[in-house]
Design a binder for this molecule. Structure first.
Ligand SMILES: *Cc1c(COP(=O)(O)O)cnc(C)c1O
Length: 392
């Protein structure tokens, strides 16, 4: 990737800078997540809507603003933006769109982040990647590691949807089932990693999963012909995509491809694990650990996101919202999406739709606004959830 303009890594908290030519996890000074920084002045010379038209149809088309390495790719990104007319009608919204991330490899948008993270891990000579997961990140990591010829160690809660456990094993990963939550799985990986020489690709513990997920922001900009929607609804666990899209918008502005107007960023969570919603309601800048987290939307079961301060900063700066729904509400929203649009979304996607339903009722989303719902994953791995939602 000769046209990458990656220049260094930066800590958004203490502004420490680091080289990207060595594997890096958190900021060695303050333990904050690190962000990749580019020479956008240079990127600007070749990055344009017209230039993009001639490039490959995967997220790797945004080469100026992605890391410099040979991509480990399974065709991630460039997912369809579907005008949800019938669902929109049912809500009185004329411009409701669904970005169907379920059409990514391994059925979720985790493919974007893990494609980028595994690409850099391989380029930097890592032999085995490791991560805790509440669900889809494990499947994606295992698939990309298999494609790259790297080892992959995964820790996940015993009650993770069985299809996800099976896909990880099928992709040849070493799977550790933990009787606990993703935070317990994270502690397990952090403890085991140095012993086995594993490189941690846990959410925000390395800088490139954000880079993969930020491509959702670039795609929206392309999908809407060089503009952005009014509202983006994002089912939020660790918040990587929300932080990533915000970063993409800043980069687009720095390249003078958009102005300073931003979409309102809506974080959708589940009642059983809503640390960002609680922090938002208290106008706090960080979250507090959610005790006894429990929800069928396994990807949202993140009791204390590492990047909580970044998620909240972006929500406040965009005049956004954070909204939680019960498991019954989010599964019922999933059924609405399935029956009105023919899209079988993951329960996490249902949380996003339930948030829209609530914000429309509260008149916080207007009829004429352009709203994008991220259906972050497909519903096909969640048989247990469908069985209870549909009864029998
Ligand atoms: C992981 C996951 C999420 C949460 O993503 P974050 O970027 O960690 O907030 C949402 N939906 C699905 C389907 C997921 O797999």
């Amino acid at each position: 990737m000769s046209s990458s303009t990656l220049s260094h890594l930066e800590c958004p908290r203490c502004k420490n800078t680091l080289e990207y030519s060595r594997p890096q996890n958190l900021c060695p000074k303050c333990a904050s997540p690190l962000l990749a920084r580019y020479n956008l002045e240079k990127a600007k010379a070749t990055f344009s809507a017209a230039a993009l038209k001639t490039r490959i149809s995967s997220m790797w088309r945004y080469e100026e603003v992605l890391p410099a390495a040979t991509p480990v790719t399974l065709g991630e990104g460039m997912t369809p933006l579907i005008h949800a007319r019938r669902l929109g009608d049912s809500l009185g919204l004329g411009h409701l769109y669904i970005k169907d991330e379920g059409q990514n490899p391994t059925n979720s948008f985790k493919a974007r982040g893990l494609s980028a993270a595994v690409t850099m891990a391989k380029a930097l000579g890592i032999a085995t990647v490791a991560l805790p997961t509440a669900g889809n990140a494990g499947g994606a990591a295992a698939a990309y590691a298999a494609h790259a010829g790297l080892g992959c160690a995964i820790a996940m809660p015993v009650d993770t949807p069985s299809a996800i456990i099976l896909e990880c094993r099928a992709f040849g990963a070493e799977v550790h089932l933990i009787d606990g939550l993703i935070s317990d799985c994270g502690a397990f990986i952090a403890e085991q990693a140095p012993r086995h020489g594993w490189f941690e690709v846990s959410t925000l513990k390395e800088p490139y999963r954000i880079e993969g997920k930020k491509t959702m922001g670039y795609e929206l900009w392309e999908d809407f012909g060089g503009t952005l929607p009014d509202v983006i609804v994002y089912p939020t666990g660790g918040g990587v995509g929300l932080i990533g899209m915000w970063k993409a918008f800043e980069e687009l502005e720095a390249m003078t491809l958009i102005g300073s107007k931003r979409p309102r960023m809506i974080a959708a969570q589940a009642d059983g694990c809503a640390p960002i919603v609680r922090a938002f309601e208290h106008h706090a800048n960080t979250s507090e650990k959610w005790e006894n987290a429990s929800t069928v939307a396994s990807g949202l079961r993140v009791p204390k996101p590492l990047g909580d301060f970044l998620i909240l900063e972006d929500i406040y700066a965009s005049h956004g919202e954070a909204v939680a729904a019960s498991d019954a509400e989010l599964m019922s929203a999933c059924l609405d999406m399935a029956r009105l649009e023919g899209i079988l979304g993951a329960p996490e996607s249902g949380a996003g739709l339930a948030a829209i339903q609530k914000l429309v009722s509260a008149k916080k989303i207007g009829r004429d606004e352009t709203v994008v719902l991220f259906s972050t994953g497909g519903g096909y791995k969640y048989m247990e959830a469908w069985q209870s939602a549909l009864g029998s």
